[in-house]
Design a protein around this ligand. Structure first.
Ligand SMILES: [Zn+2]
Length: 286
């Protein structure tokens, strides 16, 4: 009798553990490192890093001389919206450490290899793409579309001098739409001004989460950032590219107020925070 109940307990425990493991495996995790830097972990466990300036002053994992790269042992893909230093960030070191493949335009990839020492094999794969294109990555689990952005793009040239310009060409700046099987569709705006064709993005992609640059000065001011969220028809708007350094908007209050007028759901992530999704649904309190 005692043996039977022990067996039953073991079976129940195994089933429960299996359920927990499966439930976790089906989740998509979105983490904000501050500024424009996010990671996405897919339900199958693939890791995407977007604009990985992990050493930005907002990232709690970079404070007190801590090494924020220690927190990212595995990365499969690095996505770069454009070549500015607050977006390329720590991409080269992370690529060297993890073997991650680069996703960006060919000019940016070429100059990062030439001028910044990005590992060439990881920058010369099928993942190099152009605006308007879509690629499948992560064994087909993720589709990435590259969208326009109105901004500039250049790569800092360490060889700058009398005969070498300070900045090398970085191709056109971009945004990304990341469509995850059994997960949400996420739009990262990159650095951009508002443009009317955001409405076309909204008509053609079913965006669940928009990560919108709201900092102003170099891109959209909060009011236009809210209009962008409306144009791309996102279900949920999350602000980024603010509060990192002087000269840009220091908090998301203005953006939140404008979104409220437009009746769009708002969520402000804290730097270092991770939120989870089961399917397209955000799991509260996680
Ligand atoms: Zn920027």
């Amino acid at each position: 009798m005692k043996m039977t109940s022990t067996c039953a307990l073991v079976v129940l425990l195994t089933l429960w553990l299996g359920f927990i493991t499966q439930a976790t495996a089906q989740e998509t995790k979105l983490k904000w490192f501050g500024h424009a830097a996010f990671s996405i972990v897919t339900p199958n466990g693939k890791v995407l890093l977007i604009d990985p300036w992990l050493n930005n002053p907002s990232n709690p994992e970079a404070k007190d001389h801590k090494d924020p790269l220690a927190a990212v042992p595995k990365v499969d893909y690095i996505l770069l919206t454009h070549g500015h230093r607050d977006h390329v960030g720590d991409a080269v070191e992370i690529a060297k450490k993890t073997g991650a493949a680069l996703i960006c335009n060919p000019e940016l990839a070429g100059n990062l290899v030439k001028l910044a020492g990005f590992p060439s094999k990881q920058a010369e794969t099928d993942a190099i793409m152009g605006i308007g294109g879509e690629i499948q990555i992560a064994d087909g689990e993720v589709t990435v579309a590259m969208t326009p952005a109105i901004h500039s793009s250049s790569v800092f040239n360490p060889n700058a001098g009398p005969n070498e310009p300070e900045r090398a060409y970085g191709g056109n700046p971009a945004g990304f739409i990341i469509m995850i099987k059994n997960g949400p569709t996420i739009y990262h705006s990159g650095d951009t001004a508002y443009f009317k064709d955001m409405e076309t993005i909204g008509e053609n992609y079913s965006i669940d989460i928009a990560l919108v640059n709201i900092g102003g000065h170099f891109g959209m001011e909060p009011k236009m950032a809210a209009k962008a969220a409306q144009s791309v028809r996102t279900r949920l708007a999350i602000p980024q590219h603010f509060g990192t350094f002087p000269g840009i908007v220091q908090n998301a209050d203005g953006f939140a107020a404008e979104l409220k007028k437009l009746k769009i759901e708002f969520y402000e992530m804290k730097p270092g925070e991770t939120i989870s999704f089961r399917g397209k649904q955000r799991l509260r309190g996680k």
